[in-house]
Design a protein around this ligand. Structure first.
Ligand code: GLY
Ligand code: MN
Ligand code: MN
Length: 488
């Protein structure tokens, strides 16, 4: 990795001094002649007549709803900043969900501000880093100069693309510090903006904004549903990729599976929407197994829980539990089929007007029945459910909202989410599981070390639901036939 030139100019005179500048370069300073040379000879690359991004009309409607909810308040929604990984390297940037949802933009350091415009309305402005200045050398001497990080859109280009007036973000902190009137901000993404707002916001009022932006995302619009389907379709292809390389994973480790899925995510989407869980054998019993450094053995199961995130930041969240050699053993099939039956019951309970809890209850009921039938729990089933005894092996809730965050709408109030009612446009996962830990002495030995989860992404429709991830088989015989076909 190259390092930037170290400018000779004193720090206070350096361009973009608020932006990161790396000072440990080994290169000599910049002569006046070189500085002058670098100023000129560059073509004008300004883009004109740009079409708005596909979701521009939707983001405008979202901002209008936000504006109507908080009349008279200045609303500040940052994208966030780069986070240091080590020394002068950073984690890949991912814009805050709130910012991307309201703007369609994903620029680091971006901030959306809705300023009260008199009456009940607001004027929206998006604050962004402009193109790098060539006059003062910023473009090649600053760590955030375009020569280092790539071309940004000019403010005029951003306005055309996003349909929002754009302004220079480097002036925003000072402007906010001087702003009059009530302010609410989304916290946790941009410490510089938060510092400028310290005296103007309260935790309670900011929390109301966060809760609103979480609940507003529950019902997906047409654009969002299309993106979720894209995320799922790429995920289906990623699962197929994994099945095709299971022999290579056997020769190496779970990392081969993680890397294979990641390749699909990066080629077709933005990233994975969460750390892929590539859990072979007993690792399937660790709910968030993301170390992915274990052996992949014929005869064991592979629990693969992974999702592609699209370029617009919508993610899938899909799990399949696959026999690594292509055929379930009797005990694996017995447990798998029970989870499948539970998932079928759960999916059938997803429809408009149903309570959010209904699919969980329906799934858990089936699992409790199976555990009693197998003699692992003493009946009756209703008593088991009342005391929650099945949870030793079912471990987690049966699903959650899905969208730009894998656990979407997480700040929603209980009455709007867990105690709420399903309506068309809500997207959720149905993901029952059974997990028998390798050291669980309360079950017969043959169960130990087996973990099964089946997870699908379900959209509530006008008349029931649609399984967005039905491109992947679920029934055990179908999984085996699909694997046989892919493995050739
Ligand atoms: N992948 C995390 C979950 O299924 O909720
Ligand atoms: Mn999930
Ligand atoms: Mn999952």
């Amino acid at each position: 990795m190259a390092d930037e030139l170290t400018p000779e100019t004193p720090e206070e005179e350096q361009p973009q001094k608020k932006h990161k500048q790396r000072k440990n370069g080994l290169y000599p300073g910049v002569s006046d002649e070189l500085a002058e040379n670098m100023r000129t000879g560059w073509a004008d690359t300004e883009l004109h007549g740009l079409e708005p991004i596909a979701q521009a009309a939707h983001t405008a409607a979202r901002r209008a709803a936000l504006s109507a909810r908080f009349p008279g308040d200045r609303l500040v929604v940052p994208a966030g900043r780069l986070k240091t990984r080590s020394n002068d390297t950073e984690y890949p940037f991912r814009a805050s969900t709130e910012y991307a949802y309201l703007t369609g933009d994903q620029s680091e350091n971006g901030v959306l501000v809705l300023e009260p415009s008199g009456g009940t309305g607001h004027t929206a402005t998006i604050y962004l880093l402009p193109r790098s200045d060539r006059e003062n050398g910023e473009f090649w001497l600053s760590g955030q100069g375009e020569l280092w990080v790539g071309r940004r859109h000019s403010l005029a280009e951003a306005e055309q693309l996003l349909g929002i007036p754009a302004s220079d973000v480097r002036k925003l902190a000072d402007e906010l510090a001087e702003a009059e009137g009530p302010v609410r901000g989304v916290r946790g993404h941009d410490p510089v903006i938060e510092a400028a707002l310290t005296d103007k916001v309260t935790k309670e009022r900011d929390e109301e904004l966060r809760v609103y932006l979480s609940e507003a995302r529950a019902v997906k619009d047409e654009f969002e549903i299309g993106e979720l389907q894209k995320a799922v379709d790429s995920t289906v292809r990623g699962f197929e990729d994994v099945v095709k390389v299971l022999d290579k994973a056997e020769a190496t480790s779970e990392r081969y599976i993680e890397g294979t899925f990641f390749l699909r995510a990066r080629v077709e989407g933005n990233d994975v929407g969460y750390g892929s869980i590539c859990a072979a054998g007993p690792h399937a019993c660790t709910l968030h197994w993301v170390r992915n450094d274990g052996d992949v053995r014929s005869g064991d199961l592979l629990l693969l829980d992974a999702g592609v995130e699209t370029h617009s930041l919508y993610t899938a969240d899909v799990t399949r539990t696959l026999p690594i050699n292509g055929t379930y053993t009797d005990i694996q099939r017995k447990i798998y089929d029970a989870v499948y039956e539970s998932q079928e019951a759960g999916i059938a309970a997803v429809k408009p007007g149903a309570k959010f809890r209904d699919f969980h209850d329906a799934s858990q009921h089936v699992l409790a029945e199976k555990l009693v039938e197998w003699g692992l729990l003493e009946g009756p089933v209703e008593r088991v459910l009342e005391l929650g005894l099945q949870r030793r092996w079912t471990l987690h809730g049966t699903g959650h909202m899905l969208g730009m965050d894998v656990h979407d709408c997480a700040a929603a109030r209980t009455e709007a989410y867990v105690d709420g009612t399903l309506e068309p446009g809500v997207c959720l996962t149905v993901e029952p599981g059974l997990y028998f830990q390798a050291d669980d002495l309360t079950v017969p030995e043959e169960y130990r070390g087996i973990g099964v989860r089946i997870e699908d992404d379900i959209l509530v429709t006008e008349d029931g639901n649609r399984n967005l991830s039905d491109g992947l088989p679920r029934a055990s015989a179908d999984v085996e036939a699909w694997m046989a076909r892919l493995k050739g």
